[in-house]
Write a protein that binds this ligand. Sequence first.
Ligand code: ZN
Length: 247
Amino acid sequence: MTLQIAAGMVPIVIRARMAAGVAHAVPWGISLDGLLASEIRENTKAAARAAGTDYTPYSPDTVPEDLDLPLARCTSDGADRWHWAATFAWPEDEVPGPHVQYWSARPDQQALDQMSAELPALVSERQGRYRSRVMPLPLTVCRHLVWRAIGDSAAVAELLGPIMSIGKKRGAGHGHVLSWEITEHADADPWEFAHLHPNGNLGRTAPPTCLHDHRDVRTGGEGQMGLRPPYMHHARRTQVMLPDSGR
Ligand SMILES: [Zn+2]
């Protein structure tokens, strides 16, 4: 067995009841391990602030350290290319899309003027760093987001409980979570809960070795992406099977 399951960890389903849905930048959903890791980092940051000590943010120059999440690990591809036993979010009761919202931003000429001693006569809105922008924001409109995982349900619940919103543009009201619900499924297949969405398709990034005995699982193809958080850190990029985006 290539799943490292600590005592007290069982297959679980995490369900977030959403006010309206979630905004995201990639075709697949938000990763549960990423959510938990960023919550732990937020807590560490808050504790450092309260104690008046330093907090080290992620740096592009160093390999980020792995936080100890209350999840099992899948080590099918050896010691270094392991991943957490948890999927990315799956939308339940989704309102078929695509739903795309656009947001725009333009530089505040007055603010630039106050910040700089030598402002050119005209800061172009059409080109360069301070051009105005119109950006698409893909939305998933659904009642629930669902993750599957193997973990310590009480510890996962404690970390997720305070999270009020997830995804992109939370300040604009997107990704508002009404409640979190975690159910244990002690008899479920651990490998499935570590890798697959409820519909049986690949639900997370995984090394190709994970699928050697499961060749009929539908994936999003092969690509370069992280296997564990922080997913966007370049040191995490590696050749993986991508989750099926359901599109
Ligand atoms: Zn795996």
